[in-house]
Design a binder for this molecule. Sequence first.
Ligand SMILES: [Fe+2]
Length: 239
Amino acid sequence: MFFRSKTPAIESYASLGVDLHSHLIPGIDDGAKTLEESLVLIRRMVDLGFKRIYSTPHVMADHYPNTREGILRGMEGVLRGLNGIPIEFGVAAEYFLDEQFEELLQKEELLTLPGKRVLVEMAGVAPAHNLLDTLFRMRTKGYKPLLAHPERYPYYRRDFKALERLKDFGCEFQVNLLSLAGHYGSTIQEQGFKLIKHGMVEFLATDMHSEQHADKLKEALGDKRIQKVLEKKFSNGSL
Ligand SMILES: [Fe+2]
């Protein structure tokens, strides 16, 4: 005789279905370096249970001066390489909130996730200059700001209320699954779980850059706390 556990073990991220943050366009940021590597990582995403992914190259004046055209060109290359890999593949961008972002916001159409969501990130040392003004300008242009990995910013760990203010301001939050897996250390891990516990997180995403990340994400599926989180409802599937 054997006993079956009440709920089956979670073996993939299929309950999320859609990933909205990764670095899989080859050779334009700190993610995949070649098309071959991109395709390896995309296959790993399929194995992890994702059906659709939006890859989001960094757009950061100082380090990754990517353009809308360059990113779309990169996407075309990946689409041509997919060759039957069962995944829907699209792009947006991870915009660093610097002066260039202000210019882009004035001058051109940003690369967005569905719902005109714009994925943004900031520096580790302090919140972006004029952050609330920038978020306001984004909203007036019809964009919906989505803050990447709020759990990773040290100043928001010291000032949780400031994160609550961003939320009140209409900013959505995306927590990295890699944070919950402890990939960036236990402080960031706990902040990720805290944000989820407070109901402040709309989206979970991989932020995948490498095979090492894929390994970590696979391993994390065995973690009880992550399994519990994956039983919750997030907005990934609504994209
Ligand atoms: Fe990222």
